[in-house]
Ligand binder design. Structure first.
Ligand code: NAP
Length: 269
């Protein structure tokens, strides 16, 4: 049943998901639809997939990824309710829309159809992402089949649905926060005389390396920081500057602000 997969919306996330599915299971029959059809056509050519329509995907596919923006979801799903209602076979809807619960997806689609709610982030495009997910009215087999399709995304982590908004605030939005940090680190290095390309390379490798060290060792980041800060050294002076600028507080507030926006989206704001 899940060997026929549709992606409605081939933008940043829908496109990334389609590529991952094609890479992990090239035998999957992939249907792609997009409001601007040229975008679906270009991706279909690359993946040897089929250019389709929302209606055909809703009618045909066993697993249907809904990769449109949250505010587009009501319009897209409500147009498809008669198509879903006419189906006699089982199908699974997969949503990645920030702030929309699995129950909301069921309501908008007109039935208690099986729903997987996933929260990806942009590093899935390089196999270093995180995908948190949960299911509503799905079988374990369907969840496993879904996870197998996205196995090359990076880390897949099943979590209870009430934690998805928080997970999305750090993992979904987090890459943009880290990008800002990277850019600022590189700007600092350019101010100290490094060419921009080297500054960006060193900033990215440093962030990637520090993150990997934290994951591999399992050490608290604070302890890893202490190892670099020799008494009366340069690093502790940099830490002093970051603390003076409210760095920790700004990082915490960024995650909390994104979380609050996720909750507001759930309330339809
Ligand atoms: N980007 C992220 O980092 C991220 C992280 C986690 C979750 N998400 C979720 O992923 C979903 C997609 O976000 P995105 O960043 O990929 O957005 P995006 O790049 O704007 O892609 C959305 C796509 O949906 C298409 N679309 C709009 N209305 C449609 C319709 N009626 N029928 C078919 N396709 C339609 C758009 O077509 P056009 O080409 O005509 O614009 C566009 O290609 C959102 O729900 C978002 O919350 C995104």
């Amino acid at each position: 049943m899940l060997d026929t997969v549709g992606v409605i919306g081939t933008g940043a996330m829908g496109g990334a998901v389609a590529k991952l599915i094609h890479a992990s299971q090239p035998e999957t029959v992939l249907y792609l639809s997009n409001r601007t059809v040229e975008k679906a056509e270009a991706l279909a050519k690359e993946l040897h997939a089929r250019v389709s329509t929302n209606e055909e995907i809703a009618k045909t596919c066993g697993l249907i990824f809904l990769a449109v923006k949250p505010q587009m979801m009501p319009g897209v799903l409500m147009a498809l309710t008669p198509v879903f209602a006419a189906r006699t076979d089982r199908f699974v809807l997969v949503t990645m829309a920030a702030g929309l619960t699995a129950e909301t997806i069921q309501t908008l689609s007109g039935g208690a159809y099986p729903v997987i709610r996933m929260m990806p982030n942009t590093p899935i495009t390089v196999g270093a992402g995180i995908v948190t997910y949960c299911g509503k009215d799905v079988t374990d087999g369907e969840l496993s089949a879904f996870a197998a399709l996205l196995k090359d995304a990076g880390t897949l982590d099943p979590i209870p649905e009430h934690l998805i908004d928080a997970a999305s605030a750090i993992a979904g939005c987090g890459p943009a926060f880290v990008d800002l940090f990277l850019e600022a680190l590189a700007d600092g290095a350019v101010a100290c005389g490094l060419p921009r390309s080297k500054a960006l390379l060193y900033a990215a490798q440093t962030v990637e390396g520090a993150a990997r060290a934290a994951r591999v060792t399992g050490e608290q980041p604070g302890k890893l920081k202490d190892v670099v800060c020799s008494p009366a050294g340069s690093t502790i002076q940099g830490i002093r500057a970051l603390e003076k600028g409210g760095f920790r507080s700004a990082a915490m507030e960024a995650v909390i602000a994104a979380y609050e926006k996720n909750l507001a989206l759930k309330e339809g704001q």
